[in-house]
Design a protein around this ligand. Structure first.
Ligand code: ADP
Length: 188
């Protein structure tokens, strides 16, 4: 997969220019980090990449096709953790991920769920209600749902917020591993 961003500007209706003439190419496999202070425009760029926003000008193409034309196909290959990801507090970790798997069209998800829950170190919390989890554990549920369905493109907005140093190392390794065969984009 190759994503090409050319001369993209993003001006919000408020008049705020969040991105100014951004051009870059991202090609799988790779692990790409967007580094910058708050307000630098990282989330805005990620929203543009998942077609949650349209750029004010410039173009974004995926494998040579304009993003607006291949948006549906891209969403089938995409795993995403947005900055403010909503979890259903009354569901258990397992129930929530099972629901997310169903939304992604995955049937017979038992093996997939067991693996993904293990990957984010939540096996012991599998039957716990989400409202009882710590901030870091909730974040890990968010990361787990992004991995469902083996997406070829993974986009994580500040995925290690709320995680302790040991967990950060674990997740950095997990992302590097995922990036051996995929395009992984994360902001920090
Ligand atoms: P980052 O993710 O790097 O913290 P953002 O992409 O969230 O940065 O924000 C970039 C700039 O755009 C900031 O100045 C922010 O206040 C502004 N911004 C973000 N979203 C909106 C919006 N919906 N309307 C107006 N301004 C916005």
């Amino acid at each position: 997969m190759r994503i090409n961003i050319e001369h993209v500007n993003m001006i919000y209706p408020t008049g705020k220019q969040a991105l100014h003439d951004i051009s870059l190419t991202m090609e799988s496999p790779s692990l790409i980090g967007l580094l910058g202070p708050n307000g630098a425009g990282k989330s805005t760029l990620m929203k543009l990449l998942v077609a949650g926003l349209l750029p004010s000008s410039g173009s974004i193409t995926v494998d040579g096709e304009p993003l607006v034309k291949c948006e549906r196909a891209l969403k089938g290959k995409l795993g995403c953790l947005p900055q403010h990801f909503g979890l259903y507090d009354e569901l258990t970790v397992w129930q929530f991920l099972d629901y997310m798997a169903a939304l992604k069209g995955l049937s017979n998800a038992k093996t997939i769920l067991t693996r993904v829950i293990q990957e984010v170190n939540l096996t012991e919390k599998s039957n716990a209600r989400i409202r009882t989890l710590s901030g870091g554990q909730r974040q890990r549920v968010g990361i787990a749902q992004a991995f469902l369905g083996d997406p070829k493109l993974l986009i994580f907005d500040e995925p290690t917020v709320g995680l302790d140093p040991e967990e950060r190392i674990h997740f950095r390794n997990l992302f590097s591993q995922a990036a051996q065969e995929r395009l992984v984009l994360l902001s920090t």
